[in-house]
Design a protein around this ligand. Structure first.
Ligand SMILES: Nc1ncnc2c1ncn2[C@@H]1O[C@H](COP(=O)(O)OP(=O)(O)OP(=O)(O)O)[C@@H](O)[C@H]1O
Ligand SMILES: [Mg+2]
Length: 248
């Protein structure tokens, strides 16, 4: 499998904080790659750089082998990179189709062709199991459904690389299962996924590979089927940890 994305020596300083310290990250085409790290490890910063929300102080980004400069989310989308944030940015008193259309309106003469958007929502919804009704209002939707609208928006804009920042933090366990099923169907369709989390169980259940960050530095990237929970926990905190024994 070839690398669709390479981030090399990414450094980002905030006043008093080295948020990313020569971070290296590689993503293969068609994989689900977890970015794991504790609070403040620098995960969101690294992905905000990839999505053009922040500029790195140093470092290089390559997409499909070519060095690129990403100055804004529009640039990122033009390179096939889309991001779903922890906090949704949907308009509650507009429908799913209207929210998807904002900023990317297909025109039929002078009019916004919402029918075309709705049709696409139904098609892609079916293909990937998103289960979205284009005519419902955002305020009527559960957190899981709103997240699927955000995911759809990114897909609709043609993203090949999908970044999800702590997507499971707002979801119930059945909704997490539903999300993981959707992510696997993206993977089968050749999309590449970066999922940020700090939960070890999620790494083990969904990812092909995992990159661990600690205090702005990348600790390493490993194949998920070649590591166990304890090793992962050690990488996460940087020393030996004793995992709590599950009660019978
Ligand atoms: N805009 C900012 N201005 C100043 N400092 C920031 C800014 N964004 C992040 N930081 C700092 O950079 C460091 C890395 O933060 P980041 O949000 O990337 O971590 P994270 O791994 O996503 O953590 P979390 O799991 O809490 O989301 C933290 O010390 C944070 O306080
Ligand atoms: Mg974060």
């Amino acid at each position: 499998m070839s690398n669709i994305l390479e981030m090399q020596n990414i450094t980002k300083r905030f006043p008093g904080v080295l948020a990313n310290d020569k971070a290296n990250f590689q993503l293969k085409r068609g994989e689900i790659h977890v970015l794991l790290g504790e609070n403040g490890a620098g995960k969101t910063t690294l992905m905000n750089i990839l999505y053009g929300l922040l500029q790195p102080d140093e470092g290089e980004i390559r997409i499909n082998g070519e060095a690129v400069k990403i100055h804004s989310p529009l640039d990122a989308l033009a390179h096939g990179v889309g991001m779903v944030h922890q906090h949704f940015m949907l308009v509650p008193n507009m429908t799913v189709a209207q929210n998807v259309a904002i900023g990317k309106e297909p025109r039929k003469g002078p009019f916004l062709d919402l029918e075309q958007v709705s049709r696409r929502i139904r098609e892609l919804s079916q293909e990937f199991g998103l289960d979205l009704d284009p005519d419902r209002y955002i305020w009527q939707l559960s957190a899981g459904e709103q997240q699927r609208v955000e995911i759809f928006k990114v897909l609709y804009r043609g993203a090949d690389i999908l970044i999800l920042d702590e997507p499971t933090s707002v979801l119930s366990p059945p909704e997490i299962e539903a999300l993981f099923k959707i992510l696997r169907s993206f993977m089968k369709a050749g999309k590449s996924i970066i999922l940020i989390t700090h939960k070890l169980n999620e790494v083990l259940s969904i990812s092909d590979r995992v990159t661990v960050m600690r205090r702005g530095q990348v600790q390493g990237t490993v194949q998920t089927d070649q590591i166990d929970k304890k090793q992962l926990a050690n990488m996460l905190v940087g020393h030996d940890v004793v995992l709590p024994v599950a009660r019978q």
